[in-house]
Design a binder for this molecule. Structure first.
Ligand SMILES: [Zn+2]
Length: 237
């Protein structure tokens, strides 16, 4: 048997699921609420009931989020959830420009340094936006136009990754793989129709090597879920 402890470092890419994370609508009251049911002193055990949106905190978008007859959360084949992880570091550009979209050139630059994106990988954009996580106002960055403003992927880059590299999942350290100011969600439309899932509000990407890690994507196995809270681990040799 292999020495399990010598194998890999495990990096947690998940924000803690709590009642003080940025939420999609920007409401004061969190969509996540937990209430105590059992109390150790009163009942002899501790337990709670909680409610949450499917798209809150670090979460997975199932293809059914934007496409009819596509996989809901529990239907995504498990072999798609453990994959090579590619991290595109666009932090320097994205923190300067909340309209930044990860480009085909960003992918080409990664491939010049690390070789072709492996077939069937999960590709994540590290924009640095995580540094605003503790401020809903900064993280959503809603402006006078009534739209939120934060970086995302360009459709051209995503089409390239899905059509030529068979990427199975996309991830980002913002609220959405489409940039905040979109009204039409072109990335969500395209990926959902192609069976590609998303990971949003990802944490800790700054310490993951750009190439060579394995991602473990473990969403709640939620029946009929359009999305679900997810636990993400990067395994690094
Ligand atoms: Zn979502």
């Amino acid at each position: 048997m292999a020495d399990f402890n010598a194998r890999e470092t495990v990096i947690d890419l998940t924000h803690t699921l709590d009642d003080h994370s940025p939420n999609w609508e920007g409401t004061e009251r969190s969509p996540f609420q937990a209430k105590e049911l059992g109390n150790l002193q009163r009942d002899g055990y501790y337990s709670r009931i909680f409610t949450t949106q499917e798209h809150y905190g670090t979460h997975l978008d199932a293809p059914a989020h934007f496409a009819a007859n596509a996989w809901t959360v529990e239907q995504i084949p498990p072999e798609r959830l453990v994959r090579p992880l590619v991290v595109l570091n666009v932090r320097a550009k994205a923190l300067q420009n909340p309209e930044y979209e990860v480009s085909v050139q960003d992918v080409a630059e990664w491939e010049r340094q690390h070789g072709e994106v492996p077939q069937g990988a999960v590709v994540m954009a590290y924009t640095g936006w995580e540094e605003y996580w503790n401020s809903q106002q900064k993280y959503r960055n809603e402006q006078h136009d009534g739209l939120t403003h934060y970086p995302g992927f360009s459709l051209q880059a995503v089409e390239f990754l899905v059509k030529t590299r068979n990427v199975v999942g996309l991830g980002i350290d913002t609220m959405s793989v489409d940039k905040g100011a979109t009204k039409t969600y072109p990335i969500h439309q395209f990926t959902s129709q192609n069976g590609v899932y998303h990971l949003e509000n990802v944490a800790g990407l700054g310490v993951v090597p750009p190439s060579g890690a394995t991602i473990v994507v473990a969403p709640l196995k939620l029946e009929n879920g359009s999305g679900a809270p997810v636990r993400l681990f990067a395994l690094v040799k």
